[in-house]
Design a protein around this ligand. Structure first.
Ligand code: PEP
Ligand code: MG
Length: 756
């Protein structure tokens, strides 16, 4: 008999047994008889987890007196090992296995061969099903396959019969898998505790045995078609997978999606009587087991891609397509994802979202900027994240140390609470500086402004005591909207923002769409082929060509700021004419409003972001037309180093404190000296203490930073002497030390300036 056929026979019998009206124990007794008979085994036993122990619930062939008496800890004996490692054992001579333990009450001494399979639910072993044989022979692969399929169905049946309760399952999980810590890359500082929630939740398979095999086959065919369509569509989308390695990933996805072997194996699993979902999972289990034996990191990466795809297929087949955001967060949560877009993150309930852990991610990816603005700690670059963490696990995110502790024990939890309390104290101390103006020790006033992008962010202005909004990312409203926001809606937002600012300065940046901030409703013809979206058709380049976009925004800004001062800043200006073209759009709208005698802003100040290096070369030409320049160090660094800011492979490669960046910035400062232009920095760099210190040393006197950093940067400012750090910086830039960061740390520490 083939594996499919023997599994099918057992499944049909199991189905009948479970549908019968006998009580649970009688059903289990029949189940072990059926399995034992079908696999020609003298013994078949089922152990189930009860109060953290694996208890013999039913057996054919062992002493019946041992039922509900023999109990093994997880990890104890062969059965315990199977449950602990969630692995199959197939031995011709059980006694030769190092974990073998003899239990006299069972009378199992006469049986030589042994095969056991874990019964898994929600990725945890809830029991084990074993078969034993008098002859010392290994079970054939086909028999093991059948046993594994049966174990999968048993998991569902046991659950439906209420033989294991969910609570037990939960408590067993902590017992069977202990604390684990993984180190990644610090993306947003801070501490957070919550339960793991997968951005793309794993589907819970409710039905494993098919009523109609042909119907299940059809469901899988359709799901494959849909999945292939999705993958093909992604290949056509340049912005897919902000991870940067997207091409390689897509190729692998495509290879798997069209892999005949994969679909054939799923078909065979359907032949054995499983539903479409169960068949996909069954094949996946088998692949997982094989892969576990191969310790090749490259293959494991591929395995991860296949897992992703199998999950997608199960989601399609089961119709459970939503992300965790759509389902809503029930408790304090730590979001687990491979990567996310900024709009996806914004969909989450801010009150419940405590932290984010990503498999990819980089400092200046927009999703990270959004998380920082939300005050949500993020750790990135955790390899095999989805393999380590399980949905519902307690997770501790330490954004300061770039670590993630899974299932933390009591010791770690209390240390965490102590640190959390200290952090709160520190924050309370920063909060005390809210109304204190940040003057340096030598009396220089440093403007500490904050970056914002959502209406909700405005509350932080009063909370932090920032001097104003140095960068309002107007595209965020576009990102959270399903369609292009209309002029009136935009104008209302700008008005609300100014109201909330209560007279403090706000700098509105015109839309910066594109790069890692793509919008489904704004696609260019050639964006599809745009291989480098960060250097492509984005920001001002896009806005100037989409006449409607810039024109509408200009009108909305002029109307929204009527009767008040309008500060407008253009992103990604690469050459002076682009500034002129953008300003012309504003001038035309201004003339239109003037003609119709609408109320106008009391003053309009125009400025540019300096984030494309080419602008630095012609800045002197443009300066007379500008009121201010804001250096966007996020994009500037990616262009200076030719290193995609969203590419996780490059996330740690270059340092903001490298002489190349600092010398470049020093030249920009030099160009602006003596000119009636305000110069500031609005990239993420300015929100980090050490980097802010360096910027002050370069002569920067205005920083616009993430709100969470305002308190600590104010505190830093008060400890700095601008002349001292200016001299030190000049020295380092004239002849750069091997490690400027280390030099700066030592310099700061010697002056009791806290740099962490
Ligand atoms: C920058 O590039 O530094 C910047 C502040 O703009 P954004 O991060 O929105 O691209
Ligand atoms: Mg930028």
């Amino acid at each position: 008999m083939s594996a499919a056929a023997s599994a099918r026979t057992i499944l049909t019998s199991l189905h009948e047994i479970m549908a019968s009206r006998t009580h649970a124990q009688a059903k289990l007794n029949q189940v072990v008889e059926t399995i034992g008979e079908s696999l020609d085994s003298e013994v078949c036993s089922i152990y189930l987890l009860r109060e953290g122990m694996l208890e013999l619930f039913a057996t054919r062939g062992l002493n019946q007196a041992a039922v509900h008496v023999t109990r093994l800890a997880v990890g104890e004996g062969l059965t315990g090992t199977i449950a602990q490692n969630i692995e199959t054992l197939n031995l011709d001579e059980a006694a030769t296995h190092p974990e073998f333990q003899y239990r006299p009450e069972t009378g199992e001494e006469k049986f030589h061969s042994f095969a056991g399979v874990p019964i898994v639910r929600r990725e945890r072993a809830i029991g084990v099903v074993n078969v034993q044989h008098i002859e010392p022979r290994k079970y054939e692969e086909l028999e093991i396959e059948a046993l594994q399929t049966v174990a999968m169905v048993l998991a569902e049946l046991i659950n439906n019969a209420g033989l294991v309760d969910e609570e037990q399952l939960e408590s067993s999980s902590t017992a069977s898998t202990g604390q684990e810590t993984a180190t990644g890359l610090e993306l947003v500082k801070g501490l957070a505790l919550g339960e793991a929630v997968f951005h793309q939740p794993r589907v819970q398979i409710e039905h494993t045995v098919a009523e109609d095999t042909e119907a299940e086959r059809q469901r899988v065919y359709l799901a494959f078609d849909k999945m292939r369509e999705q993958i093909d569509a992604m290949t056509g989308q340049a912005e897919f997978g902000i991870g940067g390695e997207h091409e390689q990933v897509l190729e692998t996805y495509k290879m798997f999606a069209y892999d005949e072997g994969w679909s054939r194996r799923i078909n065979e699993a359907i032949d054995s009587g499983l539903t479409a979902e169960a068949a996909i999972e069954r094949v996946q289990q088998r692949t997982r087991m094989r892969m576990r034996e191969i310790q090749d990191p490259l293959l494991q990466d591929r395995m991860h891609d296949l897992e992703d795809l199998a999950n997608r297929l199960i989601r399609i087949v089961s119709g459970q397509l939503g992300t965790a955001a759509q389902k809503g967060l029930a408790r304090d949560s730590i979001l687990i994802a491979k990567n996310l877009g900024p709009a996806e993150l914004l969909e989450y309930d801010k009150r419940r979202l405590k932290g984010v852990v990503l498999e990819e991610g980089s400092q200046t990816a927009h999703v990270v900027i959004v998380a920082r603005a939300m005050g949500v700690p993020v750790v990135g670059r955790i390899r095999n994240l989805r393999g380590l963490v399980r949905e519902g696990d307690t997770v501790l995110v330490d954004g300061d140390k770039a670590t993630v502790t899974l299932r933390p024990g009591n010791g770690v939890l209390s240390a965490f609470e102590a640190r959390f309390a200290r952090k709160k104290e520190k924050q309370a101390a920063y909060a005390k500086l809210r109304d204190v103006e940040p003057f340096t020790r030598d009396g220089e006033r440093i403007e500490v402004m904050m970056n914002a992008g959502l209406r909700d962010d405005m509350g932080m202005l009063a909370m932090t005591g920032a001097d104003g909004i140095g960068l309002y990312r107007t595209e965020f409203q576009f990102l959270v909207s399903a369609q292009l926001p209309q002029r009136e809606r935009q104008a209302r937002l700008y008005r609300d923002v100014l109201d909330a600012a209560k007279g403090k300065k706000v700098v509105f940046r015109t839309v910066d769409i594109g790069g890692d901030k793509s919008l489904p409703y704004i696609q260019s013809e050639n964006a599809k082929e745009d291989e480098n979206p960060a250097m492509g058709w984005r920001a001002l380049r896009l806005a100037l060509e989409r006449e409607g976009l810039m024109k509408v925004q200009a009108r909305a800004l002029l109307e929204g700021c009527a009767g008040r001062e309008l500060n407008v800043m253009f992103p990604m200006v690469s050459e002076p004419w682009e500034f002129d073209a953008a300003k012309e759009v504003f001038d035309a709208q201004l003339a239109y409003l003037k003609k119709r005698k609408h109320q106008l802003p009391t003053a309009i100040n125009y400025g540019v972001m300096l984030e494309v290096p080419s602008l630095a070369e012609t800045l002197d030409q443009l300066l007379p037309r500008l009121k201010f320049v804001s250096i966007g160090t996020n994009d500037l660094t990616q262009f200076l180093f030719a290193a995609d800011r969203a590419n996780p492979m490059l996330a740690e490669r270059y340092d903001w404190l490298s002489p190349s960046i600092l010398r470049f910035l020093a030249r920009v400062v030099q160009t602006c000296v003596g000119q009636p232009v305000d110069l500031g920095v609005c990239g993420e760099m300015g929100g980090r203490r050490l980097e802010a210190l360096a910027l002050i040393g370069l002569g920067i006197r205005r920083l616009s930073i993430t709100p969470a950093s305002v308190g600590q940067i104010k505190e830093l400012v008060r400890k700095v002497d601008t002349k001292e750090i200016g001299d030190a910086m000049r020295g380092w830039l004239a002849s750069p030390p091997a490690n400027l960061r280390e030099e700066l740390i030592a310099w700061a520490r010697s002056r009791e300036i806290d740099v962490d």
